[in-house]
Design a protein around this ligand. Structure first.
Ligand SMILES: [Zn+2]
Length: 251
């Protein structure tokens, strides 16, 4: 069995073909989907989707790309929703060093880390050009359940900084690109207990599928690429990754 540990199944891109897609995934043994919320406006959509599909599990958070419009009222609503619904993590949250207003991004990241701590939840962390900003915040907050660094890309030292803090790394389409040699080398070396599989669908199409909408059935392709980088046999690799999902999110 596989879990897509990060896919935006609530997005309208999937409206016409969500059921068909989930059937296709089931045939490939991809049986669980973790669906992160990105803005307060869309949280109820994520909750509704997960209520209708027992194989989908909701996370709620304010994504750094849309932080510009976020308000403190959104943080209050987040706390209310965490109290009312079976949310498995706070996310997708983070800091994106490639976009503006690092100050507001950092403020909302740290406030959401504090909410995760209060509710004893793990976090789903978005990064881009921001390892140096994220690692110190994670160190300071010291969440007991840690979380996952979604769509990890970076070198082994950067991977190790997160692993040392108890975080898992979301491994997705990046490793299908031959040019991603830094990340590929890191993924070869990290402990298998740190690995989660993800697609980030509909974003981040795999190598060979550029320009297409990414879909969660591509977990099978990501797994094949991962298997080629690792020394574990396929069944053990797959089982350990599922154990990692279970251990982190307690589904
Ligand atoms: Zn995402």
């Amino acid at each position: 069995m596989f879990t897509d540990s990060h896919c935006h199944l609530d997005f309208t891109e999937f409206d016409a073909k969500r059921d068909e897609l989930m059937k296709k995934c089931a045939q490939l043994q991809i049986q669980r989907f973790i669906v992160p919320g990105i803005t307060a406006k869309r949280w109820s959509r994520v909750i509704t989707l997960c209520q209708q599909s027992p194989s989908a599990y909701p996370c709620l958070g304010l994504h750094p790309w849309w932080i510009e419009k976020a308000t403190y009222a959104d943080l209050l609503l987040l706390e209310q929703m965490l109290a009312q619904h079976p949310i498995i993590a706070v996310g997708e949250i983070g800091i994106d060093g490639a976009i503006s207003d690092i100050e507001k991004q950092t403020e909302y990241f740290t406030k959401q880390l504090a909410i995760a701590k209060k509710h004893n939840l793990p976090v789903v962390v978005h990064h881009r050009k921001s390892h140096h900003l994220i690692v110190p915040e994670l160190k300071t907050i010291a969440l007991s359940r840690a979380g996952v660094i979604h769509a990890f890309s970076g070198n082994y030292q950067q991977a190790k900084a997160y692993i040392d803090l108890g975080y898992k790394l979301g491994i997705g389409g990046t490793i299908t690109y031959p040019r991603a040699s830094k990340t590929i080398n890191a993924v070869k070396r990290i402990p298998v207990e740190s690995i989660l599989l993800e697609t980030d669908a509909p974003a981040m199409p795999l190598h060979g599928f550029q320009g297409e909408i990414n879909t969660p059935d591509k977990i099978a392709v990501v797994f094949e690429h991962l298997l080629a980088l690792r020394t574990e046999p396929a069944d053990r690799l797959a089982q350990t990754i599922e154990d990692n999902v279970q251990q982190l999110f307690n589904l």
